[in-house]
Design a protein around this ligand. Sequence first.
Ligand code: PLP
Length: 408
Amino acid sequence: MSKVELSRVEGRSAEEAGRGFFGDFGGQFVPDALKEALDHLAEAYEQIKADPEFQEELNYYFKHYVGRPSPLYHARRLSETLGGAQIYLKREDLNHTGAHKINNVMGQVLLAKRMGVKRIIAETGAGQHGVATATGCALFGIDCVVYMGEEDTKRQALNVFRMELLGAKVVPVKTGDRTLKEAVDAALEDYMENYRDTYYMLGSAVGPYPYPDIVRDFQSVIGEETKAQAVEQFGRYPDYLIACVGGGSNAIGLFAPFYHDREVKFIGVEPGGRGSRLGEHAAAITYGKPAVIHGFRCYSIVDETGEPATTSSIAAGLDYPGVGPEHSFYHASKRAEYVTVSDQEALEAFQLLSRTEGIIPALESSHAVAYAMKLAPNLPSDQVIVVNLSGRGDKDALQVYNLIKNQG
Ligand SMILES: *Cc1c(COP(=O)(O)O)cnc(C)c1O
């Protein structure tokens, strides 16, 4: 198999790059063989999503397997402790497997099943998306292969075991830094070769068209439920929606259904890491610039040669050098505001939410909580902030224990 340069396709302009643009962002900057696979997927998705039976089946699994709807919970003690706005938590942490990722997996596994594939492949960084994918494949008895950087397989040995327990095959990727970005390349190459009988399950609202649309659509259940729950609980839409942004799937799932409700403000929280220098953070919108990575155009953290750069965050799930094209567009068009929260601030929010509400948040979600902690005290008490609690923190307890112990 020849190594294909997936990061850039030389000499192709935005118009030539294909469908699926959000303003200047998105598209399909991919070799022709991969474009063929993506076009095949886009066509199948257009047909299948319009089928009411597909929606019904998806709703069945959301309800009976994932445990939806997730509660919209008024965090009274946290709100009182901070003073100011009322904070509500959208409890994606209560989903089966402990995060929002399963929403996307359920949608895509049902799509794959309808497309009649025999095999599902996925990329994973820390292993969260790999575990969710392996879960969906076990549920329907579909062969599952997960590409994971060799470095990550060592750091996240327990998640490798979880995937294997669920019947998946984990393939360590040994090129480059041996982390997520190499795992994405390996999965795309496999997909390009095998798309006729293989489905590629992408884990966030990134990648070439149609993935950002597919992932957004399946995660939009978060925002749709929030709309109905807000009206029921306090008679109107929230004033602010806050979500952490890695690739951007939990955030776009909350934001997109409110897109036309201009009075609702969106705040995406990026991982500020240890500082603003290259290598210290993973805040693609705040510190990055528009570039093409992994087959689509977005705000990206790239090195001098235009390749995805090494990034860093206390939260493994936020550690990606790019961001979804729809977020890139929301930023450029000022529909949403993007801010950063440091590793240290996320660590403090992790502990404060645990103490005040009895809810241990994922380190990723702790970034959103941390920004709500800064914002709420400056707002009047009749304002409402909804924080997307994208996942639970059990997976992070040991890491936080070690960090706190070392900080003494
Ligand atoms: C993977 C993950 C994220 C980041 O992914 P997005 O696509 O940006 O949502 C956030 N929170 C949790 C709990 C995750 O597992």
